[in-house]
Structure formats: structure tokens, C-alpha cells
Design a protein around this ligand. Structure first.
Ligand SMILES: Cc1ncc(COP(=O)(O)O)c(C=O)c1O
Length: 369
């Protein structure tokens, strides 16, 4: 295998993925590769990743439970802090039980892995997250997709299926910021007896979740919640079944118990709603400023505001120019997004100021002129 040749091909197609090193904590203002920038590409939507109360909670958690969990949940790693957090997440989402995973990626793989012998087909929104596609592939069923956010296409595709199946959708689409019509999807899926699974990685903590009966809900704890991990919530039977059958749940070390103490504090702050109010006021301000400056973002009510550029090269070059000007905005390129839809993915956080948003958009206008 000639790795360097393969890498050169990726580079020639302007698709080389690079990591920038952060020299400061996650925040709206950061030092990245030694340069001060305003950060517009974090999923820390509620600005909780560096919140003093959560940091305090984490330290308390370390004093009480130490650092590592030491084992998987089914051996000796399931502490009372994991259990308390699961109960709090179940209650928060209005479900009977919840189950913690170490990341959203493993939670999605975990659901698919448990359903392996239970379903005959899977139908997914065309723009679902890679982890859902990977989960689908993992269990050897064909990846069948309906048109993005299109109920007619879902209905048409459902008619072609036979046996028991799973309809899967992101709740807030990660690269587009738009939201799935959960009520519509639920009604159509229920007509054909399909099970619904939603991935609320980018909506949890921000939008009120809609979780139909007998469905599977997954959300992450490293984005708006500002910490790490993920959970699935639903009926008691669903959770018990996942504990028995989900290989990415069974065969991995539990996250640190102290992290669960931090997440419980984060949940408390999420429920208070102050950060969410600030985020929504920033989203409105961003959209108004963009309109005034005649910048055409994709329609999105969420913290994710994409500007489609098309060519990967151009998106990358705009992102670099913005970075040099003190604004960190990532360029998202294929295969993460469909061919010829490379984009700048702007994300807003509660702690951005109106001045930062206004100066960013003015800069975008200038560099695109
Ligand atoms: C829609 C969606 N689902 C799942 C994940 C994976 O979550 P995690 O980062 O916790 O592994 C992501 C991550 O970006 C995501 O955007």
C-alpha cells in the first residue's frame, strides 16, 4: 500500500484534512496555532464547554470518583454518577430510561448493532450523518435513502419495503442546519409499521425534542451540552435490549464518572434556559445582518448557518483568508457534503457578541467581493 501516493491524490483534489492546534480552551475567542481568532466553528452552541460552574462540578466529580471508570458498564465501570445522569437524561427527554455511550458515533453504531437481527431494511434521509451510514453498513443492510427532508419520497420508498424496518433521520442536519419534520416522518413511518430513530446531536439542549412513542432517540453531550459522550433514550424495554445487544456499549470502557457529574451540571444550566436565549438572539441577529449585507446563507433556524460555495478549492481559500483576518470558520468539503457543495459552515454560540457577528459578516462580504 503506497500511502504517500494516496495522500498526494487527496491533496491534489483539495480534500486534504488538516488539524489546527488550539492553544486555549474552547470558547468564542481562542488562540489557534498561536493566532488570536474569533471562533465561528464550534459545536459549543450554548458556550458551556468552558463554563466555570461545569468546571467546578468536574473537579468535585474527580475528588469524589477519581479519574477513570476502570471498566465497561457491565463489569465494574457503572458508577452511581453514570446512573444518576442516565436517570436525569431519561426524565429530561420524557422517556422511561436512557443509556450512556462514550460518543455519538458509538451510540449510533450501538443502536444499529443491537438491531442487526431484528430488522429487514433501513431507510435514511439523504443527508444523514456519517455515523448513521456507517452503522447501517456495519449490519450489512443496503443503505437506502429518501430525498432530503421530503415526506413524499419517504412514503414512496416505504411502499417498496417488505418486513420490519427502521426509518432514520438527523433532527437538525449537521452540515445544513435545517430541521427534520419529525411529526410528519413519525406519521408516515407508523403507517408502515416502521421503527423511527432520530439523531438529535445538534438539537439537544437547543430545541424542544419531539420523541414519538416506540421510537429511538439519540443525542450527544459534547456539542450544546459542552462536555462529551452521548445517550439513547426510549422505553425501558428498548434500553434493556441495548444493554444486552449493543456491542459498542458492551465492549468499551465507561466514560469517566467525573464527566457525568459535569454533564449533570450542564443539564441544570440547559434547563435554566439563559444560554439558549442568548443563542437565539445571536441567530436572529446573524440572519438579519446577513440579509442586510445580501449574503445568501441556506435557510436555517439553528446555530448552524451554511454558505454554499461550490468548489472545494474556493471554500478552502475563503476559510484561510478569514482565518488570517482573525475569524475561524471551517470549510466543509466532499465527501462530508455532496459533490460541488463545498461550503463555509458558520456556527453560532451563546457567548458571541453582536459586534463579533457584525464584523464577521462584513469581513465575509469583503473577502467575497
Ligand atoms: C448528526 C451527528 N450525529 C452524530 C455525531 C457524532 O457525535 P460525537 O461527536 O459525539 O461522536 C455527530 C458529530 O458531529 C453528528 O453531527
Amino acid at each position: 500500500m503506497n500511502f504517500s501516493k494516496k495522500i498526494r491524490v487527496i491533496e491534489q483534489n483539495n480534500l486534504l484534512r488538516l488539524r489546527k492546534i488550539a492553544n486555549s480552551s474552547q470558547s468564542t475567542e481562542m488562540v489557534i496555532e498561536g493566532q488570536k481568532v474569533i471562533n465561528f466553528c464550534s459545536n459549543d452552541y450554548l458556550s458551556l464547554a468552558n463554563h466555570p460552574k461545569i468546571k467546578e462540578a468536574l473537579i468535585e466529580g474527580v475528588s469524589r470518583y477519581g479519574i477513570g471508570s476502570g471498566a465497561s458498564h457491565l463489569v465494574s465501570g457503572h458508577s452511581e454518577s453514570h446512573h444518576n445522569l442516565e436517570e436525569a437524561l431519561a426524565q429530561h427527554t420524557g422517556q422511561q430510561r436512557a443509556l450512556l455511550f462514550s460518543s455519538g458515533y458509538s451510540a449510533n453504531l450501538g443502536v444499529f448493532s443491537a438491531l442487526r437481527d431484528e430488522i429487514d431494511w433501513v431507510l435514511q434521509d439523504k443527508l444523514n450523518h456519517a455515523s448513521l451510514i456507517d452503522g447501517n453498513r456495519l449490519i450489512g443492510l443496503p443503505v437506502q435513502r429518501y430525498l432530503h427532508n421530503n415526506l413524499e419520497s419517504l412514503e414512496k420508498n416505504l411502499k417498496k419495503q417488505a418486513g420490519t424496518g427502521l426509518v432514520v433521520t438527523d433532527n437538525v442536519f449537521s452540515m445544513d442546519g435545517d430541521r427534520a419534520n419529525i411529526d410528519g416522518i413519525k406519521t408516515i413511518s407508523a403507517q408502515s409499521g416502521a421503527l423511527l430513530m432520530q439523531d438529535d446531536a445538534h438539537g439537544f439542549g437547543i430545541f424542544e425534542s419531539t420523541i414519538p412513542d416506540h421510537s429511538i432517540y439519540m443525542a450527544t453531550l459534547g456539542k450544546a451540552a459542552g462536555v462529551m459522550g452521548a445517550f439513547v433514550s426510549g422505553s425501558s424495554d428498548l434500553i434493556e435490549f441495548l444493554i444486552q445487544k449493543s456491542r459498542p456499549y458492551i465492549y468499551t470502557t465507561a466514560i469517566s464518572p467525573s464527566m457525568c457529574v459535569a454533564i449533570l451540571k450542564s443539564l441544570e444550566l440547559i434547563k435554566k434556559g439563559e444560554q439558549k436565549e442568548k443563542l437565539f438572539s445571536n441567530i436572529n441577529y446573524f440572519k438579519n445582518c446577513a440579509e442586510t449585507l445580501d449574503l445568501h446563507f441556506e435557510p436555517s433556524e439553528s446555530a448552524i448557518q451554511p454558505l454554499i460555495i461550490g468548489s472545494s478549492n474556493e471554500a478552502l481559500s475563503l476559510s484561510n483568508t478569514l482565518f488570517e483576518g482573525g475569524y475561524f470558520v471551517s470549510a466543509i468539503r466532499p465527501p462530508t457534503v455532496p459533490p460541488n457543495t463545498a461550503r463555509l459552515r458558520f456556527t453560532l454560540s451563546a457567548n458571541h457578541s453582536f459586534t463579533q457577528i457584525e464584523s464577521l459578516l462584513q469581513k465575509v462580504k469583503d473577502v467575497m467581493a
